[in-house]
Design a protein around this ligand. Structure first.
Ligand SMILES: [Zn+2]
Length: 470
């Protein structure tokens, strides 16, 4: 694709994301989505994994069962559900450009090592690594067209009116967007222009140096107007601003990459007077964006989401599920019926149509990854009880006056709690709060207090982690 064609893709998607795709009912939206999925299914055989066997030739492992004579098209339900291990095992067959896993991994790991993310594969493909703290990391290919769709969607959905006017008026300074990233600025540099200026901040480097650079830019009147960062960084910058220390003063705050906890959202509101917008982004795709009404909508305009329901918490109906996603906008790496590691919670109180006009599903929260759900023995010892992260976070929040930060790690049956900078009796209070929580779930586990280990700056903040005992 030429640069002009790419800009056209970006603009078209920006317009669609900002003003387009309003449906009168959920049923009409689903009919539209079903048409998009049908054309995706017609293209899918370009990936060898899904190729049906010609007579005498082998079929791909995920070959769609040939539709019965007279049937119109294969259905999504005919495809196997896959996960990260299948994706890695069949990587070569799950992309349409013939890229081999070894080559993609080579490029991605070299980029992480050298912090130079410019190299591409096959002429124009960027490679993303999913952050797996345990187990193998996922590898994802993205084409320039797909990058433009991504950028057009995000900018169209979250830019506030003032920022959009700043971009459109050539006599105003360009819009400054500060981006805190673990890796890979080239994904975003490609959408920079004379009207938008991106500045990147590598999360593997200490925050102090970044703050100096941001404050200097602010004092020279160069923004940034928009701050995009994981909640842990937003929190640190908001706390500085609230203490009256030198910090940034963004007009628009966008939270990415980690779960945005209510306490952080509140600090952002107090520090800068704006409601943080939330982007639920996995390496696997752009899965959700909060609207101007504050509702976190699944990105169903690009991704079809099936729900694998999980057990219910005490006193609640079934609200939590693991998403199985099909990204029908992607053509390079096929993401079809891919099971994510995450746990989502539907907002049962949300109306069919949000006040913003969208009929896409609203989720109450991304509760975190599936391995942030504690698995504890029931009091009678007969079964395993799932304790969900939001319940644990609430219990910890009640006691949060007594410490600065916390982590919980379950390894087999051991449950370790670390508190940063705790008061004298914080440990005892936290232990009691967790015991009460577990009792309400009908389970029990002894809590072991362990010393706090400060996290590395680039480490993804995961307060709750469950590991298998080894
Ligand atoms: Zn909405």
């Amino acid at each position: 694709m030429t640069d002009r064609a790419l800009v056209a893709v970006l603009l078209a998607r920006f317009v669609r994301a900002r003003w387009g795709l309003r449906f009168r009912s959920r049923a009409r939206f689903e009919a539209w989505q079903a048409r998009r999925i049908r054309s995706f299914l017609r293209r899918i055989a370009r990936a060898p994994y899904y190729r049906g066997g010609a007579p005498g030739a082998a079929a791909g492992p995920g070959a769609i069962v040939a539709p019965a004579p007279g049937a119109r098209a294969p259905s999504l339900a005919a495809l196997p559900v896959i996960d990260k291990s299948v994706l890695l095992e069949h990587f070569d067959g799950l992309n349409t450009r013939g890229v081999r896993l070894a080559d993609a991994l080579g490029v991605a790991l070299e980029a992480e090592r050298t912090r130079d993310f410019r190299p591409v594969l096959g002429g124009d493909l960027t490679v993303g690594l999913s952050s797996g703290t345990s187990g193998r990391r996922g590898v994802f290919l993205v084409s320039p067209r797909e990058r433009m769709l991504w950028a057009g969607t995000i900018l169209g959905r979250v830019l506030d009116g003032a920022s959009l006017r700043q971009v459109l008026m050539p006599w105003r300074p360009p819009l400054g967007i500060a981006f805190f990233l673990r890796a890979g600025g080239n994904l975003y540099e490609s959408v920079a222009s004379s009207r938008i200026r991106f500045a990147f901040f590598d999360l593997t480097e200490p925050l102090e140096a970044h703050v100096e650079r941001l404050v200097a830019a602010r004092e020279e009147g160069r923004g940034p107007e928009v701050l995009v960062a994981p909640p842990s960084v937003l929190d640190a910058l908001a706390v500085r601003a609230l203490r009256g220390e030198r910090s940034v003063a963004p007009r628009l705050v966008i939270s990415v990459a980690e779960v945005l906890e209510p306490a952080t959202a509140e600090r952002v509101r107090r520090a800068w007077g704006s409601e943080p917008r939330q982007v639920y982004q996995a390496t696997e795709g752009l899965l959700g964006i909060s609207c101007e009404q504050g509702a976190l909508h699944l990105n169903e305009e690009s991704v079809h989401v099936e729900r694998e329901w999980l057990g219910a918490a005490p006193g609640e109906g079934r609200t939590r599920f693991t998403p199985v996603v099909t990204d029908f906008d992607r053509r390079t790496q096929i993401i079809a019926r891919y099971r994510l590691d995450d746990v989502l919670r539907v907002d049962t109180a949300a109306p069919e149509r949000c006040a913003c006009g969208r009929v896409t599903v609203v989720i109450a929260a991304v509760d975190g990854r599936a391995d942030a759900v504690l698995h504890l023995p029931s009091t009678d010892g007969l079964r395993v009880v799932e304790v969900f992260p939001d319940a644990v976070r609430r219990a910890m929040a009640v006691e949060s006056g007594g410490f600065a930060d916390w982590r919980i790690r379950q390894t087999g049956l051991r449950l370790q709690v670390a508190l940063a900078d705790p008061d004298r009796d914080a440990g005892a209070r936290v232990t009691a709060a967790l015991a009460a929580l577990f009792e309400s779930y009908g389970c029990a586990a002894p809590v072991e207090l362990v010393p706090w280990v400060p996290p590395l700056p680039a480490e993804k903040v995961r307060r709750i982690v469950r590991e298998d005992a080894s």
